[in-house]
Design a protein around this ligand. Structure first.
Ligand code: ATP
Ligand code: FE2
Length: 327
């Protein structure tokens, strides 16, 4: 079985093809990068509409298959930016009708989790899903992924992106801030906001901007911010591990690309006798392969929808979706 997946929740338009062994046959991506400031939803959607025909053709070429070898079309149903979601859903509906293949809706957050879990080979890990819009500690229980802890305000990636733009950079901020932090030498104290298994970043954002205005060099701001934010994430992950007794933790989402975060979580996990896994970076950031893979899991359980019911759900949460393949 082969599934083609369409990703378009925010900045990235991507088309992936996977088979039932979770082999990634294609994962073709193009990211919208605003000239300045954050993402403009309408502009991002226009970017996706323009790029998708080529991305689909390219994905089939890379996978060395024709439409007849594709068994289902999966798409990101939510959460995400309305115009961007609609751009991807329109492409998915069109392919479904044209190729006469079933349409499968996929939750974007669960897709980040499932591709990471598949590659890890771990059956029931604890999951730290750290990305642009979301920051959640997740574990499976009774038919759904349960959110044990999460951000109380903005996602850690959005926090890094906003800060980087305030410091004079452009989107995306996470990778640039990581490079800058490597040049940092002095740690400055910043607000550390952990509430049980939840975290918050807005106070940290304000304080970090203030620190830079006081004349602290950008690499030192970056170093201090990464240290504080990733310590917070590591602490809540450790708390969840301690309470739930999982023997492993798996990282997913764009911020899981970060080497510092990977090292901190790995060190914590290994100190507790647990293992840690993070996927290759191309499968941490938004990608069509994760949508295709989660679509494949869903289609095996008959989770297809008719085109006329294939609405997008911009606010759909991780814990609102049934995951029958985990039973
Ligand atoms: P969500 O999954 O919550 O909808 P998203 O889809 O917008 O978020 P992803 O592609 O999953 O985003 O992640 C993008 C985020 O990852 C951006 O905020 C980006 O700055 C961040 N990011 C990417 N690489 C790194 C890195 N090396 N270090 C830190 N952050 C990073
Ligand atoms: Fe994402």
């Amino acid at each position: 079985m082969r599934v083609l997946g369409i990703e378009s929740t925010a900045h990235t338009a991507s088309v992936g093809v996977v088979d039932e062994t979770a082999a990634v046959l294609a994962n073709v991506t193009d990211m919208y990068r605003p000239a300045r400031g954050g993402i403009h939803p309408r502009e991002a959607a226009n970017h996706h509409v323009e790029l998708f025909p080529d991305l689909v053709a390219n994905a089939l070429r890379t996978a060395r298959v024709g439409p007849d070898a594709i068994d289902a079309i999966a798409f990101s149903q939510g959460p995400g930016l309305g115009p961007c979601l609609r751009a991807g859903a329109t492409v998915a509906r069109t392919l479904s009708l044209e190729w006469e293949r079933p349409l499968v809706p996929v939750n974007h957050c669960i897709a980040h989790i499932e591709i990471a879990r598949a590659l890890s080979g771990l059956g029931d890990p604890l999951l730290l899903y750290a990305s642009g819009g979301n920051t959640q500690i997740v574990a499976y229980g009774h038919g759904r992924y349960r959110v044990l802890g999460e951000t109380l305000d903005i996602g850690v990636g959005n926090f890094l992106d906003k800060l980087w733009i305030e410091l004079g950079g452009s989107f995306p901020g996470g990778p640039a801030l990581e490079a800058d932090a490597r040049q940092g030498t002095t740690l400055h104290p910043l607000p550390y906001s952990v509430h049980g298994m939840d975290v918050a970043f807005s106070g940290l954002l304000t304080a970090a901007i203030q620190l830079h205005r006081q004349g602290v060099p950008r690499p030192d701001v970056a170093l201090s911010v990464e240290t504080t934010a990733y310590s917070m994430l590591t602490e809540v992950t450790e708390r969840a591990l301690a309470h739930r007794g999982h023997g492993s933790v798996v990282l997913g989402g764009g911020v899981a690309c970060n080497e510092r975060l990977r090292t901190m979580v790995r060190t914590m996990a290994e100190g507790r006798g647990a293992t840690m896994f993070a996927p290759p970076r191309s499968l941490c950031v938004d990608n069509g392969a994760m949508i295709a893979w989660t679509g494949l899991l869903a289609v095996r359980h008959g989770r297809t929808i008719p085109v006329e019911e294939s609405v997008v759900l911009p606010r759909q949460r991780t814990d609102q979706v049934e995951v029958p393949w985990r039973n």
